[in-house]
Design a protein around this ligand. Structure first.
Ligand code: ADP
Length: 378
């Protein structure tokens, strides 16, 4: 197969012109970050922040131009724009009202065909075990016969490929859609499958949404009962945009019991409430320590804080997972504990939480059906 070169890509892009001034995107210096790997091409198109949504046809034209080069297997073009960084609190305060998506040029659809429920797994800060929880919940659901997908929304530090022991590239099917990668009966998609692990990526607001949009809608997920979305940690701009624009059925917030983390949890819950996404509940991770030698249980942090916080904030407490070396060790080798130790108490805890999440999805769906307007024939 012909090798695809950077020069060939830029040459193809010289034929793409802006509609307003007729100049080509290469001469205007709009194309950056061209990466080519085995015929899979990625690049960014720099636009003014104000032009973000209006540039979608230009983005598509760029993709089409590169797609036509012999040897190109897939093309991912993303729009990027400089955008002032916002703190999480500011971002949450400035959240546009629900339904503002259309105004921002983003899809207004609240569902994705074939996917019955989309659930975010979120945390107020990093390192609380959010991804570990998402992976074990996904595997637990699959073990119950649920058709489950797992979308790694963390474009800054994707960890799903490692945690699900997946490598390689997704297949391109049909009209440049991607096939999800699959392991342990869970269909997965992550930016980690698409870019080099050591490629430094600078993601700006619109670029993140554009990549996410493609991972949601440009992937042949097939029929899914539930798609779990592992959100990046925190409550900043990126998380807010995702919470607002991914058609979420609900959210699960993971926390450790420390007070500070719980403060972050409150912010996380407030973020989802602001954009009208129901919070299904809180999972307390690294809840207590079970000594592997004597089996004694020690409350290392102020255990129970998440349960209290949940009660105070009026959301469900979904369950607690101990701090356990085996959970970390199994995660590290990409074999979630739910599979590695199916009879363990930890697995029972994850499976209990998974069932509660599924119940909440069904309740939310039933509620949505009840609210559907009656059509009266006249
Ligand atoms: P996050 O997604 O919140 O950043 P990770 O899921 O990557 O966090 O977990 C951070 C680290 O903590 C990983 O090394 C993981 O294996 C470990 N970890 C997560 N949950 C537990 C647990 N319950 N017991 C022990 N280690 C855990």
């Amino acid at each position: 197969m012909a090798e695809v070169t950077r020069e060939a890509i830029l040459q193809a892009l010289e034929n793409v012109r802006r509609s307003d001034n007729g100049q080509d995107v290469v001469s205007l210096g709009m194309i950056t970050g061209v990466v080519v790997r085995d015929g899979n091409v990625g690049f960014a198109i720099e636009v003014e922040a104000s032009e973000g949504a209006a540039s979608e046809p230009l983005r598509q034209a760029c993709e089409a131009a590169v797609d036509a080069i012999p040897g190109v297997l897939s093309v991912t073009a993303v729009l990027t724009a400089e955008r002032a960084a916002q703190s999480g609190a500011q971002a949450a305060d400035q959240a546009p009202p629900p339904g503002g998506a259309a105004q921002a040029g983003l899809p207004e659809s609240r569902s994705i065909p074939g996917i019955a429920a989309i659930v975010a797994v979120a945390s107020g800060k990093g390192g609380v075990g959010k991804s570990t929880t998402a992976v074990n919940l996904a595997v637990a659901l699959a073990a119950d016969g649920v058709r489950v997908g797992l979308l790694d929304c963390d474009v800054y530090g994707p960890s799903i490929p490692r945690l699900m022991r997946l490598s390689g590239k997704p297949d391109v099917v049909g009209d440049s859609h991607l096939s999800p990668m699959e392991n342990y009966d869970v269909k997965c998609m992550s930016i980690g499958f698409l870019v080099e692990e050591d490629t430094p990526m600078i993601w700006r607001g619109p670029m993140v949404m554009s990549a996410l949009e493609q991972m949601l809608k440009g992937v042949r997920w097939g029929e899914l009962d539930i798609l779990l979305c592992d959100l990046p940690p925190g409550t900043g701009d990126a998380q807010l945009t995702m919470a607002q624009n991914v058609p979420l059925t609900g959210a699960v917030v993971v926390s450790t019991p420390q007070d500070i983390a719980l403060m972050d949890v409150r912010r996380g819950i407030a973020m989802f409430e602001k954009v009208d996404v129901p919070v299904f509940g809180i999972v307390e991770n690294m809840s207590y320590f079970l000594c592997p030698h004597c089996g004694e249980r020690s409350e290392i942090f102020a255990h129970g804080g998440a349960r209290e916080t949940a009660a105070r904030l009026g959301v469900d407490f979904l369950g607690e997972i101990p701090l356990d070396g085996d959970i970390r060790a199994t995660s590290d080798v990409g074999e979630p504990i739910v599979l590695a130790q199916p009879e363990s108490a930890h697995t029972a805890a994850y499976r209990g939480i998974a069932r509660r999440v599924l119940e909440q999805c069904r309740a939310a769906q039933d509620g949505a059906e009840r609210q559907a307007p009656n059509i009266v024939m006249m």
